[in-house]
Design a protein around this ligand. Structure first.
Ligand SMILES: *Cc1c(COP(=O)(O)O)cnc(C)c1O
Length: 434
């Protein structure tokens, strides 16, 4: 059976795998492996789709933020700035990277469940647009530090609506039991809202929720939207405060393997918008500006990783191991949560995939796998292995375990490649060692 190529930016030409219109074999020769490729045209197209859909369905002032934990380096923040995207950042390191790329800080939203006083000071000093406040302690710290800086800091509050996106049900304990957010049903959300409204140096602009990831269906977003509008109405009735902004979070699904569904993101946005409009009418609140916060669905299928095959071990009666020159250091997602991937031998992309194997990395760690029960043409030492859909939560989760150097990132635009992040060197890894 021939490999299905899953996404329209992956194709075979004369036996070679092409990605974003570029020859992967040629790119591997030019830059070496492991190599992370990014389809810049696709990233920009996704940004435009989200911007258009947010305005079209939710109305003027509604917009997408790029959840930059999915893939963070300077070049991506430049693209986001050019595409008019706002950004979600979760650490001072992401903030620094964005700011140093010239990303406008007024369009940045600072997330995270445990921001230190130093983090808060750093973000205030850099003129961050909004804090998404996620604890009582943080609210006090933001109020105090904004006061010292002589500003009134805009904030959203992170609320837990209590939904499990994978059962579509409102769950009384499951989602309330989270390190993130203030739960509506315990009364914590209402209490923190009252407290935020009483702070002198804080301007409460609205609420945020994020129900999960890899969601392929509109129903959980609709349920979250409904619960959040009802919460906004309840707060209005009790305090007179009417939220101006509602951030509905990210989590739009991406296809990694053939049997994943295809998410119709625009249809999900339209359905959520219809719910928000109806709920606002029914509850007698004005339509808030809606923010969406996609990460994975902007960059995941715009990424591909290339590796060189090394050792191939066939263990009769057990399994076949195919080793590559990267692994959990550049892609820890299989090791972390059994994430599934589609793979191909890039220099023999038309060969029959009749060899079942476990693809493993080079680390001294038996859990260092990229996938099990993978069907490939029997790989040989020196073959080029492509792993598809690696744009999200790969490079951003990469480590230097075993002092393995992180791969370079190459952007492809109009079929032309440019280096966006150079390959790490041994001296980069000892740079902090005294
Ligand atoms: C991770 C995260 C996102 C992005 O989720 P995706 O599944 O990558 O779209 C958005 N908002 C918050 C608060 C997150 O933690």
């Amino acid at each position: 059976m021939k490999h299905g190529f899953l996404h329209s930016n992956i194709e075979e030409r004369d036996g070679r795998l092409f990605f974003a219109g570029a020859d992967t074999v040629g790119l591997a020769e030019k830059y070496g492996t492991p190599l992370m490729l990014l389809d810049e045209d696709r990233i920009r197209a996704r940004c435009r789709m989200y911007r258009r859909a947010a305005e079209k369905y939710f109305g003027e002032g509604s917009k997408p933020l790029y959840a930059s934990k999915a893939l963070s380096f300077r070049g991506i923040y430049r693209i986001m700035a050019e595409e008019g995207m706002s950004a979600d950042i979760v650490s001072p390191g992401e903030l620094y990277t964005a700011a140093s790329a010239g990303f406008p800080m007024e369009n940045a939203y600072f997330h995270g469940n445990n921001k230190s006083d130093a983090d808060v000071e750093y973000a205030v000093k850099n003129g961050i647009g909004y804090f998404v406040v996620d604890s009582v302690e943080e609210l006090s710290a933001v109020d105090r530090i904004a006061g010292e800086a002589g500003i009134r800091q805009r904030i959203l509050l992170r609320i837990t609506p209590g939904i499990d996106p994978h059962t579509h049900e409102k769950i009384n304990t499951g989602r309330v039991d989270s390190k993130f957010g203030f739960a509506i049903e315990t009364g914590a959300a209402e209490r923190i809202t009252g407290e935020a409204l009483s702070k002198k140096n804080v301007e409460l602009c609205g609420f945020h929720c994020h129900i999960g990831s890899q969601i392929f269906d509109a129903a959980p977003f609709m349920l979250a939207a409904e619960l959040m509008i009802r919460f906004i109405a309840d707060i209005k009735e009790k305090t007179g405060y009417e939220a101006e902004i509602l951030n509905l979070g990210g989590g739009f699904g991406v296809r990694y393997v053939e049997d994943d569904p295809k998410a119709d993101i625009e249809a999900m946005i339209e359905a959520s918008a219809n719910t928000v409009k109806r709920a606002c009418r029914e509850c007698g609140v004005r339509m808030p500006r809606i923010l969406l916060e996609p990460g994975r669905s902007i960059v995941a299928d715009a990424g591909m990783t290339l590796y060189t095959v090394g050792t191939v071990k066939e263990i009769p009666g057990f399994r076949n191991y195919v080793s590559v020159d990267g692994g959990m250091t550049d892609n820890p997602r299989y090791t972390l949560y059994g994430a599934r991937y589609t793979m191909a031998v890039a220099n023999r992309a038309d060969a029959e995939a009749d060899f079942e194997c476990t693809v493993c990395g080079r680390c001294c760690e038996s859990g260092d796998l990229l996938g099990e029960r993978i069907m490939l043409p029997r790989p040989e030492r020196g073959d080029l292995l492509a792993v598809f859909v690696t744009g999200a939560y790969n490079y951003s989760m990469a480590s230097n375990y075993n002092r393995v150097c992180r791969p370079p990132v190459v952007m492809i635009r109009d079929g032309k490649d440019t280096l966006a992040v150079r390959r790490e060197s041994f001296s980069d890894m000892t740079a902090c060692d005294i």
